[in-house]
Design a protein around this ligand. Structure first.
Ligand SMILES: Nc1ncnc2c1ncn2[C@@H]1O[C@H](COP(=O)(O)OP(=O)(O)O)[C@@H](O)[C@H]1O
Ligand SMILES: C=C(OP(=O)(O)O)C(=O)O
Ligand SMILES: [K+]
Ligand SMILES: [Mg+2]
Length: 579
């Protein structure tokens, strides 16, 4: 079949070829995709099936056709992953990625190594806390583990952002609020703590607030009714007793709806910009931007980073306000990934809405092919106890069932005594739910998004959708993908295939970014210009590590250019049986 458009010539081949034991060449037989599928049975040895779509790019596009470096290679495989692979085999590999917040109880080299061995894929540094020097030491420790011990842990900084909250006076960790008691909320500073007085960090905290509005602390820790407003000060009577925790956040409600206020606080404060600058100089992989309210702030930061850093840094948008939910699609499109920041989100939307909103965010991210992290309070009780509540395990399992790319620990790892245990719980719960989902085969069909997507992108998407269907039907042991910027790897991941995806790249920042994508094991390898040679080299490298053996089958997807003099971009699928 050949389709000709103005600047792009496209022809698709579907081939099945069989080798004879002694000759390396293939005899090709034309066949159809349905002829390739073997209804879940394993391929016989020496059978080679291939589906290829070739795109001949017009001359004006030839510059953009990527060239791969020609170098015989060395395979960099994460040691924690290698261990897991040996223990559990390909199908047993955990697909859901794990993010750990690093804090005082896990910041030493030994503790970080323990977390890395326990499956931490990304280390998160919350710039709200501690000094830049402290964060610097942590980042250097992680880089050291990666370089010296062969781990592959990416680094994320999470900006402090600007938000209205209670100023912490260093008073007892929690203050009791009795029903009927009347409290003063003010932005005025005073020394030490004063009874029944709460200081807000911003003068505009009560702008637009009226007598009769409801003031909710931390999404329901305590509730007040505004009974008097004098200047910017509010007198409030407690209507539902509870607790004030340090740095408590508040939201105002009127007639059952959040009072949205466009206060003047910028998404990135001066301190945030300085922290980002610091992150760039330390070679971080991700910036998670707190309190994103529109796509512009994401685009600005991405532009800024591209002018300041020679190495790409992925920008993740934290969805933690009502406004960001209202502009979800545009924010997801503009960002490199999303964090469902349930802690603050639970202050701005009713708690009972969190599970469905989380499901929607995860779904939109998958549609738009962006990785998504489900964060906050997953195993909160493990901050104090060595075992989670059953409800927490159910919450973790639900996030895995929704096919989130990653799960995140916050205080559990940052200040808890059982951070490594919490990580093990995530590991076990996600592996269990993944295999259950696989058995249920609840692969939900992805709508085909056609609008606004260019033809080469659509080809890559279709190739990856078909590749995953073939991989699942043939029950191959693994999917190999050769990728420069991780695009094909993420399109494969988006289909949540049964076999693991091994993404070979020679770009270090691509490798670190792919650490956040469901089911993708990113490997750094020197790639050759020749697709067939890359396949040969990587298979033999993986084989030499004892990770694949004779009779195993792998499906290979590549989106690299050819060596042929006419510029050709190949996107191909092949199934190889190891011999
Ligand atoms: N770098 C750090 N230094 C000290 N404490 C930290 C650090 N990172 C996190 N924490 C602690 O862990 C808790 C949970 O982390 P996180 O959820 O990231 O922050 P927060 O609760 O402020 O939103 C924080 O409240 C804080 O007590
Ligand atoms: C992850 C979150 O952000 P932070 O911990 O920075 O408040 C959250 O609010 O859930
Ligand atoms: K933060
Ligand atoms: Mg938050």
């Amino acid at each position: 079949m050949a389709v000709t458009t103005n600047s792009v010539h496209m022809c698709s081949h579907i081939m099945v070829a069989k080798t004879t034991p002694k000759t390396p060449s293939f005899n090709f037989y034309e066949n159809s995709v349905s002829g390739v599928a073997c209804n879940g049975r394993k391929l016989k040895r020496n059978v080679f099936c291939g589906v290829q779509a070739m795109v001949q790019v017009g001359l004006e596009d030839s510059e953009s056709v990527r060239k791969l470096r020609v170098l015989e290679g060395n395979l960099e495989l994460d040691v924690a992953l290698e261990r897991e692979l040996r223990e559990k085999g390909f199908l047993g590999l955990r697909k859901t990625k794990l993010v750990c917040t690093v804090g005082p109880t896990c910041s030493s080299l030994e503790d970080l190594e323990r977390l890395a061995l326990g499956g931490m894929n990304v280390a998160r540094l919350n710039m709200c806390h501690n000094t830049r020097e402290w964060h610097c030491d942590v980042i250097r420790n992680i880089k050291r583990l990666n370089e010296e011990k062969g781990f592959c842990v990416s680094v994320m900084i999470d900006t402090e952002g600007s938000q209205i909250h209670v100023v912490d006076h260093g008073s007892p960790s929690s203050v009791k609020v009795e029903e009927g008691s009347v409290w003063l909320f003010t932005a005025r500073k005073f020394d030490g703590s004063r009874p029944l007085t709460v200081q807000a960090n911003d003068e505009g905290f009560s702008e637009g607030i009226k007598v009769g509005d409801e003031l909710v602390i931390d999404g329901g820790m305590a509730c007040f009714e505004v009974i008097e407003k004098i200047g910017s000060d509010l007198h409030c009577r407690c209507s539902d007793s509870g607790l004030f925790l340090p740095g408590a956040k508040f939201s105002f409600w009127r007639d059952g709806r959040l009072v949205q206020r466009n206060h003047e606080l910028p998404t990135l404060s001066e301190k945030d910009w300085a922290d980002i600058e610091f992150g760039i100089s330390e070679g971080i992989d991700f910036v998670a931007m707190s309190f994103v309210n529109d796509a512009d702030s994401i685009r600005n930061l991405k532009n800024y980073i591209s002018t300041k850093s020679s190495r790409p840094i992925r920008v993740l948008a934290k969805i933690e306000s009502l406004e960001s939910l209202q502009k979800l699609e545009e924010i997801v499109e503009a960002s490199d990934g999303i964090m469902v920041a349930r802690g603050d989100l639970g202050v701005e939307i009713p708690l009972e809405k969190i599970p469905t909103v989380q499901g929607e965010i995860v779904y939109v991210c998958r549609q738009l092919n962006k990785p998504v992290i489900v964060a906050s309070q997953l195993l909160e009780s493990m901050v104090e106890y060595p075992t989670p509540t059953r409800a927490e395990v159910a919450d973790v399992s639900e996030a895995v069932r929704q096919y989130a790319d990653a799960l995140m620990l916050s205080a559990e790892s940052a200040i808890g005594l059982y951070g490594h245990k919490a990580l093990a719980v995530l590991q076990m719960a996600s592996s269990r739910m993944e295999s259950w989902s696989r058995e249920e085969n609840q692969q939900s069909f992805l709508e085909q998004r056609q609008l606004g997507v260019s033809l080469p992108d659509r080809i890559a998407e279709q190739i990856c959708n078909s590749a995953v269907e073939i991989a699942n039907n043939l029950a191959v042991d693994a999917i190999f993908v050769f990728t420069n910027h991780g695009h094909m790897a993420s399109l494969l991941s988006r289909n949540r295939p049964n076999p693991p995806i091994f993404a070979f790249t020679d770009d270090e920042s691509t490798r670190m970014a792919l650490n956040l994508q469901w089911g993708v094991t990113p490997l750094l390898v020197d790639l050759l210009d020749d697709v067939e040679a890359n396949i040969k080299v990587t298979i033999s490298l993986v084989k030499s590590k004892g990770l694949v053996k004779e009779g195993d089958s792998v499906l290979v997807v590549s989106d690299v250019t050819t060596t042929i003099s006419t510029p050709l971009a190949f996107q191909s699928i092949q199934v190889k049986t190891i011999d």
